[in-house]
Design a protein around this ligand. Structure first.
Ligand SMILES: Cc1cc2nc3c(=O)[nH]c(=O)nc-3n(C[C@H](O)[C@H](O)[C@H](O)COP(=O)(O)OP(=O)(O)OC[C@H]3O[C@@H](n4cnc5c(N)ncnc54)[C@H](O)[C@@H]3O)c2cc1C
Length: 460
């Protein structure tokens, strides 16, 4: 991955080139095309997948038509407030506010103009959500979300060129991107010129060396994101002199079943479930966020814990695609008594009973308020879980037009970024990730980047 100065003879010139065919790249393509630009999307895989296909497909939006129809009251101010509060004020508030302000327009446009089958999620609220912000395809499947986006891109007449890894950018001394080099699986090299480039190639979760360098605390955890997200945007950005922010930031997850590596629906915890260690004892406030719960579990003996919930909690997640996977992999077990549950965990039954009694009587050494949730009741559901890395949250600093910024704060002339390639809204670490923030940034910065790129090429 490099920046090259001398551009060779071009195979083709396309005004707007987009690197990566995940949610960000697809939405950027739709927006650039709608803005009147000719566009191509370049994707390294043989078919688009990315983190988007692995995700739960849940996109926050504040004030959407779907929410209004469902009687949900929500505003951009509420969503921006939730994002900034979760990040303890350490994200870029201007970007958070812009994205929150655009979020309803983006969801409405995806549903009403591009036919995406989204609906409001009302079963449970994620930590830090002060309104029911989430919209998702049926069964919360990211693969369904991406399939809908790819179909829309094809219907819009934009080519997604697969098996095309962008290996270098051609930039002049002023940082103007003239084109890209792509490598094909058979070793062929091609060159595509452009007037604007959108980096939608996500972060560096798939690059073990960069993860160890910037986020050593999660480097030994399983990585459940897309292997092809190798940090190319960060590598190019560094060489170009772009401003890179929050490289130590990431979304972890604290409900990944062992050994299946499937993830429990978070309603198991937010509706009143708990996690205990091998001693049958709780070790955390489980519901501050699933991201930060990952490292809390990894600090326990054996780097693992046991999630315990009941059929009331289960009802909130029973239709979720990823949760159904946990059942089909045999990761979730059912126990009628505390004796059999303790035996499964390998802990002392008396210790486990004491833990459950504390919870049912509202006692918590970690400040969790079970407020209004009925005590857990047999039969208990239980899965052995660990903490994992889902995706990185640091990246290229962009302005409210999704223009990539230099270290001195000025924008590059024709370089845009969104999704996981850009700095996220989580602040410096794992505790600032508000659920849904990944796709929120992907689809909204993607739309803004596509619109900005189209505006730029119309002028040139
Ligand atoms: C298990 C899991 C669950 C998640 N659940 C949710 C959720 O429910 N809600 C939410 O908001 N977020 C969720 N996330 C995060 C979310 O998936 C991401 O934030 C979002 O999908 C990022 O979109 P993107 O378009 O930036 O990246 P991606 O979807 O990863 O797309 C990037 C694309 O770029 C391609 N690419 C990379 N480098 C190159 C190159 N050099 N040349 C060509 N192509 C390249 C990749 O192959 C990939 O297809 C989840 C993540 C994981 C891993």
């Amino acid at each position: 991955m490099s920046i090259l100065r001398e551009i060779p003879p071009l195979d083709v010139h396309v005004p707007v080139v987009i690197v990566g065919a995940g949610a960000c790249g697809c939405v950027a393509a739709l927006a650039a095309k709608a803005g009147g630009a000719e566009v191509v999307v370049l994707e390294r895989d043989a078919r688009p997948q990315g983190n988007t296909a692995l995700s739960g497909g849940q996109i926050p939006g504040a004030g959407t038509h779907l929410q209004k129809a469902a009687g949900i009251e929500d505003t951009p101010a509420l969503l921006a407030g939730d994002l900034i509060a979760k990040a303890k004020g350490k994200c870029d508030a201007h970007i958070a506010e812009r994205i929150a302000a655009e979020s309803a327009k983006t969801v409405d446009w995806l549903v009403e103009t591009h036919g995406l089958a989204l609906s409001c999620m009302t079963g449970f609220r994620y930590p830090g959500h002060s309104a029911a912000h989430m919209h998702s395809p049926p069964h919360q499947s990211g693969a369904d979300l991406l399939a809908g986006l790819v179909n829309a891109v094809e219907r819009a007449g934009v080519d997604i060129v697969c098996s095309a890894t962008v290996t270098a950018l051609y930039a002049d001394d002023g940082g103007f991107i003239q084109g890209v080099q792509i490598a094909r699986p058979d070793g062929a090299i091609e060159h595509i010129g452009c007037d604007a480039l959108v980096l939608a190639c996500n972060g560096f979760g798939g690059n073990a060396e960069l993860v160890r360098k910037y986020i050593p605390q999660i480097a030994d955890a399983p990585y459940l994101g897309h292997a092809g997200n190798r940090g190319d945007a960060v590598i190019w950005g560094e060489e170009l002199g772009a401003s890179l922010k929050d490289l130590g930031s990431f979304q972890g997850h604290g409900a990944v079943c062992m050994p299946s590596m499937t993830r429990l629906g978070w309603g198991t915890m937010s509706e009143g479930g708990i996690q205990v260690n091998i001693n049958g004892q709780r070790f955390s406030h489980e519901n501050t966020g699933y991201s930060e719960q990952g490292l809390k579990i990894r600090s326990q003996p054996g780097g693992s814990a046991w999630a315990i919930w009941d059929s009331r909690c289960e009802a909130s997640v029973a239709a979720m695609h990823n949760h159904i996977d946990c059942w089909s992999q045999g990761a979730i077990k059912r126990f009628d008594t505390t004796a059999t549950l303790a035996q499964f965990i390998g802990c002392d039954e008396a210790a486990l009973v004491a833990t459950l009694k504390d919870v049912s009587e509202g006692r918590c050494a970690f400040g969790r308020n079970f407020g209004g949730k009925p005590p857990l009741q047999a039969p208990y559901l239980c899965a052995k879980v660990t903490g994992a890395l889902f995706h990185t949250q640091g990246g290229l600093e962009v302005d409210t037009q999704a223009r990539v910024l230099r270290n001195d704060g000025t924008p590059f002339p024709n370089l845009f970024a969104g999704g996981g390639a850009a700095r996220g809204l989580s602040g410096p670490s794992d505790w600032g990730y508000l659920s849904g923030s990944g796709l929120l940034v992907a689809v909204n910065l993607g739309r803004i980047a596509g619109e900005s790129a189209a505006t730029l090429v119309r002028r040139t």
